[in-house]
Write a protein that binds this ligand. Structure first.
Ligand code: NZQ
Ligand code: ZN
Length: 391
């Protein structure tokens, strides 16, 4: 295991009706003037936004609103939010929504206290300082409610890039699984896929002897495999939603990733798909991950065979571990199909002729160095071949 530091100070309030305490938590963590940030309207239709406003009113906390965050959130609204925070003297930002709204609020929180262009953070500058952030989560997926990360698409060039730093780890996050019951089945499945992807990105490591985090990742994957069909069959299943929601947080606050190298090439490869086609991040990952696995599994056949046996229940073939490894990849394909995820370019709406552009931008766009991934280091040619496996 490698040396590491781990500091994850988010205060979580989990369970039914917890959103009614939002105002109390804002007050407790020092907020007096709030930016209330949300997406395209699901929180208005469900009545959640009204409940959150009522709880702010009850504590005498004033707020300004900025809605309209799109999935794959854009830089334009971030600039607008930064201006608004400065003009109104906002001292606390609150996201009510999914990963896109949370990521957008994180960018605003960092940009509002920074003199330069907020995009500097998305080109590699760590975020040490930001306005304090609260979240009321409505979809189990990105894990942004517990992560120090944010992903934004710059409309100037359509680069989708991530920023990181302890400054943007949420101060508090409210997780009420019942709020996810209004999700369409497709969005639920996209979230499930993203959660599994965050676990795979950490599982495929070159660090030896990391049994505790291996086993934690496997436990979370087994939970996802158990709960996913239950929630797809019955969207109102609170207990299944609850397990998925907490797994989503655990998958990405890095408690399963400490002390080990990680990969993340699949996320970079997917970000080009969502930048070019505006597809849901989880749907893109459903197409990318089996292709990436097929391309790289020979690097460590035994690790793939371990995943196949421990998570997918495959029988270990000791005379031919490669067969077991490949059976595991097939099991993943079947799982993704069973929850309604796309499996190729056509089902995603992607086009073969865009591969050269995406492979180049993934490796070199917006100042990138040319290589992706930690488990296997990929160059532009490798990335091209991985996209070709998705056609
Ligand atoms: O905009 P509204 O109207 O709210 O609708 C949203 C949106 O259309 C809808 N939705 C959310 N909760 C709902 C609901 N509809 C009905 N009922 C509810 N309870 O679902 C759609 C998707 O929402 P979005 O916020 O985009 O989903 P998600 O949480 O999957 O976020 C995706 C973004 O997170 C980034 C992705 O790249 C993508 O841009 N990621 C962020 C990470 C991080 N910050 O740590 C890590 C991830 O790897 C990921 O890259
Ligand atoms: Zn993701």
């Amino acid at each position: 295991m490698q040396n590491f530091t781990f500091y994850s100070p988010t205060y979580f309030a989990f369970g039914k009706d917890q959103e009614n305490n939002t105002g109390k938590y804002v007050k407790r963590f020092g907020g007096s003037k709030v930016l209330l940030h949300y997406g395209g309207g699901s929180v208005i239709r469900s009545g959640l936004l009204d409940r959150v406003k009522k709880s702010l009113d009850a504590e005498g906390i004033s707020y300004v609103e900025l809605g309209g965050v799109k999935p794959n959130p854009r830089s334009g609204l971030v600039y607008e939010g930064i201006e608004l925070c400065r003009k109104e003297g906002v001292d606390f930002v609150l996201a009510v929504g999914g990963g896109s709204t949370i990521d957008s609020v994180k960018a605003i929180a960092a940009g509002a206290v920074y003199e330069g262009d907020f995009w500097d953070f998305y080109q590699g500058k760590p975020i040490d300082r930001a306005l304090p952030i609260g979240t009321v989560l409505t979809i189990a997926a990105a894990g942004s409610e517990g992560s120090p990360d944010s992903v934004i698409t710059n409309e100037n060039g359509m680069y989708k890039r991530g920023a990181s730093g302890e400054g943007i780890r949420p101060t508090f996050s409210i997780l009420n699984p019942a709020l996810t019951q209004t999700l369409p089945a497709y969005q639920t499945a996209c979230g499930i896929t993203d959660i599994c992807a965050h676990l795979f990105e950490r599982y495929f490591t070159t660090t030896k002897e990391v049994e505790v985090t291996d086993r934690m990742i496997e436990a979370l994957l087994l939970t996802m495999i158990h709960e996913s069909p239950r929630v797809i069959a019955d969207p109102d299943n609170y207990e299944a939603r609850a397990n998925i929601m907490w797994a989503g947080m655990m998958a990405h606050n890095n408690s399963c990733g400490v002390g080990r190298s990680q990969d993340w090439a699949s996320h970079d490869i997917e970000h080009e798909l969502s930048a070019v086609y505006d597809c849901a991040h989880g749907a893109g990952l459903a197409v990318v991950f089996p292709a990436w696995m097929t391309y790289v599994y020979k690097k460590d056949v035994m690790r793939f065979a371990q995943l196949a046996t421990r998570v997918w229940g495959c029988q270990m073939d000791f005379t031919n571990p490669e067969k077991t490894a490949l059976e595991g990849i097939e099991a993943l394909r079947r799982f993704l199909k069973s929850i309604g995820m796309p499996s190729n370019f056509a089902e995603l709406g992607a086009k073969k002729e865009d591969i050269p552009h995406m492979a180049h931008t993934a490796c070199y766009g917006d100042g990138r160095s040319g290589r992706l991934g930690g488990f296997v280091s990929l160059d532009e040619q490798d990335v091209t071949k991985i996209y070709e496996l998705m056609v």
